[in-house]
Design a protein around this ligand. Sequence first.
Ligand SMILES: O=C(CO)COP(=O)(O)O
Ligand SMILES: [Mg+2]
Length: 277
Amino acid sequence: MGNLPLTCADYAEGMTERAIHPRRGDIECWLTDMDGVLVHENRAIPGAAELLEHWREQEMPYLVLTNNSIFTARDLSARLSSSGIDVPEDRIWTSALATAAFLKQQKPGGTAFVIGEAGILTALHDAGYVMTETDPDFVVIGETRNYSFEAITKAIRLISRGARFISTNPDATGPSQDGPMPATGAINALITKATGMEPYIVGKPNPMMFRSALNKIGAHSHNTGMIGDRMDTDIVAGMEAGLHTVLVMTGIADAAEIERFPFRPDEVLTSVAELLQ
Ligand SMILES: O=C(CO)COP(=O)(O)O
Ligand SMILES: [Mg+2]
């Protein structure tokens, strides 16, 4: 693949000399994706720990913005710490937290049948929700590594009987060291096929998740960057929010994947380590 171009123009013209994007100097806040950018599951990606340390030393406002709804922010902070990456709990915003905030606004004190783990269950409980299999207001599909046929069948029946279909994130796959793994978006598609109903998805690329993230750190689109590994969640939403977008090649996207899209990131880097140069 050789040198990866850094800017849209470079990419379009196939230029390969290394350059720092002119907008990089204007960036005063960063949003960064987690899986495929900072870690693969619980293994740090080279450069990630150093980049976050650099932001801390520079007192750079930042937020880790992840569609991973398996874990709570506290769990993710502990997992990142065990991978050697120091991210305080309050610097993490997950699709589970965004989903719970959305449902709390939609129907305070509502009820839900949930497929997922502590991340979405805790967030919904903290939002005042009751988990139930009996006539729930919502069926919420989150991320887990243990999807059960029985639970998916229950979800399909409840949606068919009128429960509103919500999902934390659209990611069809999640990155790992050994290659892509099926993720929430793949389960959403199975349920859609069985019910004819599409979910409302709160996580990236939903603008709600970006707006709440920018508000959380008092950032504004004109001087904020978004680092991601997916064109269809991180980059498209960052672009549409007016952020400076940086795609890294350590997760889902590769050069062929970029070509599949009619738009381009502002920068394409091999990894976050290049942001330290
Ligand atoms: O967990 C994910 C899909 O499985 C994606 O997480 P990120 O948004 O951190 O890449
Ligand atoms: Mg990712």
